[in-house]
Ligand binder design. Structure first.
Ligand code: NAD
Length: 441
């Protein structure tokens, strides 16, 4: 799983050779650690045009703990408030604000543009706000040096605060080129506010499926770091590894096949005190072109990756096991967004997750107080991708703006942001963790 190319490019001969040959030069990404939890350097707060959110945003940015300024030569992060941009003249103000500062943004720095929802009743505003999407995606592709660029369409600042904290931290190292929409927090948000900022999930229970290894194990570890009691679930055949993960994290092992007809009931029975965070991570591939794909390969992938997610989520909402303030995080894939040869079954199942999230999110929030979102990983260094043939694996690693694969912890940190008690206004979103892969929307 080691990315030898990345290591090579950080040696003197490697730097020389890659420069001469015009090969990708991936930056060493700065990820979160307990010793080093924040970005290194000031945060530059800029505004394009008039913004209704200026003061609330300044207060929220101050709460990130970063040194917020309105001018800085070498910022670690830039937040450009473009919510007031209503026409092409406003887009000129976006250029004027960022043009002089992008070059100075530090390595592994962050650029976050805040936008507003395109207004269906005002095509000038809608055009200008939609323009920000193309702008951000292009800047993400050209910015380099481990720097990331995102667009967050906000309804108000409180609803966006947990998202800003995530994007303005090392936790979002492998998330770039994303467009995220945040709503407003409900009145009950204060009830669910975490007592402990360091351990926001303290007192909460999280169930992670497919947690005996890979991404699921990392998700469980990250939610446990954030204070959750983790219940780790995997197939009975993986019990040995599963128990080891549970012991390491002070959690509980639940050996269970998610495709079992009574899986939802068995989870509900195992969690009589209820559940706060449900992470559907279990997934399989059975690749083959459609013309060579027998029905069992089709069905097993659809069953594990989609049908079991639908039926168990329904069962746990209906039983009231998922408590108000709860979070469901499902796992899509960039293959589900872009399609992939040999993966009609897998891509169908993962695109199905996108449909599930968008449809169920608003209803689950209104009826149960539960948000439903999805992560869509790109190329993540796991056993699944280690099994991919060398050349395809190399292409997968490099064909993204950060020119490297992600790590399981990158998906885990994104999941932890969705799971955060402050993320009640983040709902129905599909966020790619792919270093802005060239594949996928
Ligand atoms: P992995 O194969 O390493 O782990 C998946 C785990 O799910 C395994 O422990 C497996 O036993 C478990 N599992 C499979 N079927 C199950 C079932 N019926 N019930 C309970 N558990 C079951 O995979 P990974 O790379 O860690 O991927 C995790 C998730 O992320 C999957 O949904 C996968 O599709 C998705 N994903 C991964 C990548 C990547 O690059 N690795 C990219 C996109 C999406």
């Amino acid at each position: 799983m080691a990315d030898r190319y990345l290591r090579f490019t950080h040696t003197a001969p490697g730097r020389f050779a890659t420069r001469r040959l015009g090969l990708p030069q991936p930056a060493e990404l700065r990820r979160w650690s307990a010793e080093h939890p924040t970005l290194d350097g000031p945060l530059l707060h800029l505004t394009a045009g008039a913004s209704p959110h200026r003061d609330a945003l300044a207060a929220a940015l101050a709460r990130t703990g970063l040194d917020v300024r309105d001018s800085a030569d070498r910022p670690a992060a830039v937040v450009l408030d473009a919510t007031g941009v209503r026409d092409t003249a406003g887009l000129g103000a976006v250029h004027a604000a960022l043009h002089p500062v992008v070059r100075g943004v530090r390595d592994s720095g962050r650029i976050v543009v805040l936008g507003a929802a395109p207004d269906p009743a005002d095509h000038h505003q809608a055009a200008a706000q939609q323009a920000l999407e193309g702008f951000v995606r292009s800047l993400g592709k050209e910015t380099g040096r481990g720097r990331t660029v995102q667009l967050v369409r906000i309804a108000d600042v409180p609803g966006a605060e947990s998202t800003l904290r995530f994007l303005l931290s090392p936790k979002s190292a492998y998330v770039s080129g994303q467009v995220i929409t945040t709503g407003t927090l409900g009145e009950e948000a204060a009830e669910h506010a975490p007592a402990d900022g360091e351990r926001p999930l303290a007192g909460r229970t999280a169930l992670v499926t497919g947690a005996a290894r890979g991404i699921g194990e990392a998700v469980a570890a990250t939610l446990a770091r954030d204070g959750a009691h983790v219940v780790v679930l995997d197939v009975p055949a993986a019990q040995h590894d599963l128990v080891a993960v549970a012991e390491r994290l002070g959690g509980t092992a639940l050996p269970l096949d998610m495709t079992a007809e009574d899986a939802g009931d068995r989870i509900a029975t195992a969690l009589p005190d209820g559940l706060d965070v449900l992470v559907h991570n279990a997934g399989i591939t059975r690749d083959r072109r459609l013309q060579n794909m027998p029905a069992d390969r089709w069905a097993s992938v659809l069953d594990v990756n989609l049908a079991s997610v639908l039926t168990t989520t329904d069962a746990l909402l209906k039983a009231g096991t998922l408590r108000p303030g709860g979070r469901v995080v499902a796992t899509a894939s960039i293959a589900g967004l872009a399609g992939n040869s040999g993966q009609t079954n897998y891509a169908a199942s993962k695109a199905g997750i996108v449909g599930l999230v968008r449809s169920l999110g608003p209803r689950a929030l209104a009826e149960h107080g539960v948000t439903v979102n999805a992560v869509a990983p790109g190329f993540i260094e796991t056993r699944m991708t280690a099994a991919v043939p060398l050349l395809i694996r190399e292409a997968g690693r490099r064909m993204n703006s950060l020119a490297q694969g992600g790590r399981p912890v990158d998906v885990a940190e994104t999941t932890a942001w969705f799971a955060h008690p402050g993320s009640g206004a983040v709902n129905g979103q599909v966020v790619r963790v792919c270093g802005q892969s060239l594949l996928g929307a």
